[in-house]
Design a protein around this ligand. Structure first.
Ligand SMILES: Nc1ncnc2c1ncn2[C@@H]1O[C@H](COP(=O)(O)OP(=O)(O)OP(=O)(O)O)[C@@H](O)[C@H]1O
Ligand SMILES: [Mg+2]
Length: 356
């Protein structure tokens, strides 16, 4: 089994993993590898750090997919812009342009878009959904931000659905029935109190936001359910990227656990930046003795990494792993990325050794 066989026909590939291990690089390289097989690929990064652009040697990457290079007609890249995506979503579900304008101009909305934790993750989903629905691509590869945020990303649709079902939210959206009027009066009293603390303007903005939002939440809820289904589908695959460092592996196993907790399985594990193996010790009789010592040390390090990863994977009950070796330089242009993609094509599954 090689990595290409494992993921070659998936429609959506979600790359997760701890910070700094090479998720963005791997997502970009997987994309290039698949594009080389003739599939039309889009790598969607939700990492605002702009690493995808720099890995490709591009100035910038935007919400709208662009070709990474004119020479690669199948290889598209995009970087999530949560505000643009949210605005588009409001536009889609608003019943009139007046409703649309009211929401987009509301300060609470603007705050929600930029500050609310989880908005970015939720919008990533929306964007993923839009790109899937457009049927422009055979495979979409999602490059997530580090660890916790990635799990937030996977939680986002159900969290939004929960928020929309929230009673207070509903209460604000709909005029209360007669028998609830006393509660509504009490709420008004409460709102006055809140207003005295945060300021009447904030409260007014919030109330008018919820009023303007009325009717849109059904569309949002429906979309949240559909994205949850997309994530759980067989056509979606999860690739855990880690480095051989023990803290990265520990963070990786926490992520595997969290993912399992919400019903998703890690399908493949890629350990990036393994210490390279060197085919032979220097035969140059004039080589200084330190050179031989250095190589022995590296070989020991590699053996140690393999043992640690093997124990780690067995404990997690995973089938096996793929690896990439550490390259001598950073990956910051298409040529270097093509090298990673070529190495990736050679990746074969290393089964975790089952203990006797
Ligand atoms: N196999 C490799 N050999 C050498 N350098 C690598 C390799 N893989 C990644 N790098 C380098 O490691 C750095 C981090 O990679 P990358 O940005 O892909 O990690 P990340 O997991 O996406 O980070 P973050 O969690 O911050 O999003 C980059 O400078 C990249 O060029
Ligand atoms: Mg990244």
């Amino acid at each position: 089994m090689n990595l290409l066989d494992a993921i070659g026909t998936k429609e959506t590939l979600v790359c997760i993993g701890p910070g700094g291990v090479g998720k963005t690089t791997s997502a970009a390289a997987v994309g290039l590898m698949l594009a080389n097989t003739g599939r039309k690929v889009c790598v969607l990064t939700i990492d605002p750090a702009r690493r995808l652009a720099s890995a490709l040697g591009l100035d910038r990457v935007d919400n709208e997919p662009v070709l990474a290079s004119e020479d690669l007609p199948n290889y598209w890249v995009a970087m999530l812009d949560p505000k643009q995506t949210f605005d588009a979503m409001i536009r889609r579900y608003s019943s009139s342009s007046q409703q649309e304008d009211e929401i987009i101009a509301n300060p609470v909305y603007r705050n929600l878009v930029t500050r609310l934790s989880g908005t970015q993750e939720y919008m990533a989903f929306e964007r993923l959904w839009e790109l899937r629905e457009s049927q422009r691509f055979d495979t979409i590869i999602v490059d997530t931000p580090p660890a916790q945020a990635a799990i937030d990303f996977l939680h986002a649709p159900s969290r939004l659905a929960g928020f929309l079902d929230n009673r207070i939210f509903k209460f604000m959206l709909k005029p209360p029935p007669l028998y609830l009027r006393p509660i509504a009066m009490a709420t008004r009293g409460l709102i006055k109190q809140i207003a005295s603390v945060v300021g009447a303007e904030v409260v007014n903005d919030t109330m008018s936001f919820f009023q303007a939002f009325s009717g849109i939440e059904d569309g949002f809820r429906e979309r949240a359910l559909m994205t949850s289904e997309l994530l759980a589908s067989q056509a979606t695959s999860y690739l855990l990227v880690s480095s051989p460092a023990s803290d990265a592996l520990a963070a990786g196993s926490r992520m595997v656990g969290l993912l399992r907790g919400i019903g998703h399985q890690v399908d493949s594990v890629l350990v990036n930046r393994m210490t390279p193996t060197y085919a032979a010790y220097p035969r140059d009789p004039g080589a200084p003795p330190e050179a031989k010592e250095d190589l022995m040390r590296l070989t020991q390090m590699r053996t140690h990494q393999q043992l640690v990863i093997d124990g780690w994977g067995k404990e997690l009950g995973l089938e096996g792993w793929y690896y990439l070796e550490d390259l001598a330089t950073d990956v910051s242009n298409l040529a270097a990325l093509a090298e990673v993609a070529a190495a990736m094509e050679q990746c074969t599954l290393v089964p975790f050794q089952v203990a006797e």
